[in-house]
Ligand binder design. Structure first.
Ligand SMILES: Cc1cc2nc3c(=O)[nH]c(=O)nc-3n(C[C@H](O)[C@H](O)[C@H](O)COP(=O)(O)OP(=O)(O)OC[C@H]3O[C@@H](n4cnc5c(N)ncnc54)[C@H](O)[C@@H]3O)c2cc1C
Length: 272
């Protein structure tokens, strides 16, 4: 089937084209869209692109950072002010995928992908979108819960607050194929400390449910406590609560449930 490519100068024109055509798909870096087209996905008749510079802007100088949806992982890795996001960016694909793949595209990447989004979920990011209704900011958790319904909406940018220290933000991806590969599971933790106690714990998991999820029971086990062995053990044993992983070629649902607590314990203990 013929595919029409429409390129727009502004993000709002691209958003208009996306929202008015059910068969239109936005092209970010194309690492997944082009694969779908090459495999003959007939649900896509129109590919929408935007050359708007705002989509590739990085604002990393303030405590609250903003990444345009079209920012690639290679650019995140080149930005010293974004050091806290280097581990998630580095964990994605190989160099070719990191050169093309974007932060916006990662929000839509199905299991076993979406690693960068796990980090953004732990950091309580906000997603700026533009659709037929105009533009608005959505908390990332809400965005992910409605991800299937987001077709026709253009993501403009994501923003989050920089963690207070390198200790306060941790990330770990478990993959079978080293150094890179799809995720058996991905974990990120944001652990702000106030007066020696955790205040506002956020634990995010990838490949443990149809979309990235918060491990709320583990967060509750950490909240208001110091990060000692007993707290870590309580959080690790609560990690499985609320998860609904699937079987795939990288691991079974049973295996994922068995090891999620082990990996959370390692992440929280600072073990490699
Ligand atoms: C070999 C290979 C290895 C990979 N390894 C990893 C990995 O280790 N970890 C990982 O997380 N991912 C991985 N991926 C998946 C993918 O490369 C990344 O998730 C990447 O971030 C997707 O971004 P993209 O810009 O290329 O998306 P695209 O292919 O352009 O788009 C993907 C989806 O997102 C939508 N989209 C993109 N941008 C926007 C926007 N601004 N607004 C609205 N919708 C948008 C598209 O319409 C499409 O539905 C891999 C892919 C390949 C091919």
């Amino acid at each position: 089937m013929a595919v029409t490519v429409k390129t727009f100068a502004s993000a709002s024109e691209a958003a208009g084209a996306l929202s008015s055509d059910r068969t239109a798909r936005y092209l970010g870096g194309g690492t997944l869209v082009m694969r779908a087209l090459n495999e003959g996905d007939v649900s896509i008749s129109t590919v929408v692109r935007a050359q708007d510079q705002a989509l590739t802007r990085i604002d990393a100088s303030a405590p609250r950072i903003t990444l345009g949806a079209g920012v690639t992982f290679a650019r995140v890795l080149a930005e010293r002010d974004l050091a806290f996001l280097h581990a998630p960016a580095r964990s994605i694909g190989g160099p070719a995928v990191r050169n093309m793949g974007t932060v916006g595209g990662n929000l839509f990447a199905p299991n076993p992908y979406g690693d960068f989004t796990v980090a953004l979920l732990a950091l309580d990011a906000t997603v700026a979108v533009q659709g037929g209704f105009g533009s608005r900011d959505i908390p990332i958790e809400e965005f992910l819960q409605a991800r299937e319904r987001q077709a026709g909406t253009l993501v403009l940018s994501v923003s989050c607050t920089r963690p207070a220290s390198s200790e306060a933000f941790r990330y770990r991806k478990i993959a079978r194929i080293k150094p890179k590969g799809g995720s058996v599971m991905t974990l990120a933790a944001h652990l702000p400390i106030s007066g020696g106690r955790i205040a506002g714990a956020r634990i995010a998991l990838g490949s443990m449910a149809p979309t990235q999820i918060r491990a709320r029971a583990a967060e509750r086990a950490l909240e208001g406590r110091s990060l000692d062995a007993a707290t870590i053990a309580a959080a690790a044993s609560a990690a499985i609560e609320g998860t609904s992983p699937s079987d795939n070629a990288l691991g079974s649902a049973w295996y994922r449930r068995e090891v999620v607590g082990v990996h959370l314990r390692r992440l929280l203990s600072g073990q490699e």
